[in-house]
Design a protein around this ligand. Structure first.
Ligand code: A2P
Length: 341
């Protein structure tokens, strides 16, 4: 009889954690048992899973006894403390926070791009930043053909990327504005309703935000291409689900928009939606709840020798977080890179 791992979702009550449970269920992930963990605040909360409910347990230092695989999405400080404890106990961690992504001996994996990196994991695998994942899924097949020189990206990121509290904040602010009440700001430094904030994560010494530098450094690590130049402006917009990106790519070799469309229509995890005359292009509201990364508005940039512009959209909670993590877990099982009792 096949043996399946005991799986934990850490941060199960959060926006990504809930999506992880949904994704495990939808993909019928072969688990012996699924357990849900969060902070003491959520102990006893019931979360729907398959035809039953999971009772949320408080995450503690000894929580990983008997757990073979843990999907973490509970913030960087929780990961820093608990992921090594889990790994020491033989549990493999797929971590959605930014805590481990740039560590040399920790693989940062997008299954469509660099699945081979899973082979050198030492117990922790990092799930990349949401904006980076959807961009590299599209860039990799183009890079393989025409070699990328430089990328200029601007993002339009949904509030769900900040978590459950930010979803609530946008909802509350819209209601407050329509009721002519004062707008409450708790999560973001400025009103997010009917506004765009060029500020995601903290500002660094170089005046970029941490989110912008994640896009630069993670892209180079995942694609094994430190020579690719990437510059990013990341913007929070009043959208609930789905990140959109305007991406300008300069290549070393010739590639036409038509060739790019043909390559991307064969690329794993990518769907080309590109018929502007019929008003067909990727949109966040339609990408929400979908697994694919959508690309459209593919057109040549005549200001450089070999350049393309494109518009890339994906569900940030699914491909940008939960789905990518579950796909990593599936590969770990298939490649037998995980302990199964
Ligand atoms: P809780 O709901 O008990 O606070 P989001 O990103 O949507 O804000 O979700 C964050 C997730 O991380 C939630 O499930 C939250 O649990 C969990 N979390 C936050 N801090 C801790 C902690 N110290 N230990 C365990 N889980 C935590």
């Amino acid at each position: 009889m096949a043996k399946y791992p005991v799986v934990a979702v850490v941060g199960a009550t959060g926006a990504v954690g809930r999506e992880m449970l949904k994704t495990l269920e939808q993909r019928d992930f072969p688990a012996k048992e699924v357990r849900a963990f969060a902070s003491a605040r959520s102990k006893g909360t019931r979360l729907p899973f398959k035809d039953t409910e999971l009772v949320v347990e408080e995450l503690k230092e000894d929580s990983f006894k008997g757990i073979d695989l843990a999907l973490f999405s509970a913030g960087g400080s929780t990961s820093k403390k608990f992921a090594p404890l889990a790994a020491q106990q033989g549990c493999v961690v797929v971590d959605n926070s930014s805590a481990w992504r740039m560590e040399k001996d920790i693989p940062l994996v997008v299954p469509e791009v660099n699945p081979e990196d899973l082979h050198w994991h030492k117990g922790i695998i990092a799930n990349p930043n949401c904006s980076t994942i959807q961009m590299v899924v599209v860039l990799k097949p183009l890079h393989d053909v025409a070699k990328i020189k430089r990328v200029v990206v601007s993002t339009y990121q949904a509030v769900s990327g900040t978590g459950q509290k930010a979803i609530q904040e946008l909802e509350n602010q819209v209601r407050q504005i329509f009721n002519m009440q004062e707008v409450e700001k708790k999560v973001y430094p400025h009103q997010i309703a009917f506004n765009c904030l060029p500020h995601i994560d903290v500002f660094l010494e170089n005046d970029y935000t941490k989110e912008e530098m994640k896009m630069v450094l993670e892209t180079q690590k995942i694609m094994h291409a430190p020579e690719i130049k990437v510059t990013a402006t990341t913007v929070r917009v009043p959208v609930f689900y789905g990140h959109s990106e305007s991406v300008n790519v300069e290549f070393f070799n010739k590639i036409t928009a038509k060739e790019a469309r043909a390559i991307l229509s064969q690329a794993p995890g990518v769907k080309v939606l590109d018929n502007p005359r019929e008003n067909i292009y990727p949109l966040a509201i339609y990408a929400a709840g979908e697994d694919d990364t959508f690309v459209g508005r593919i057109r040549e940039d005549d200001t450089v020798e070999h350049g393309l512009n494109m518009w890339i959209v994906a569900d940030n909670l699914r491909k940008g977080a939960a789905l990518n993590a579950v796909q990593i877990a599936e590969l770990l099982l298939i490649k037998e890179l995980i302990r199964v009792p």
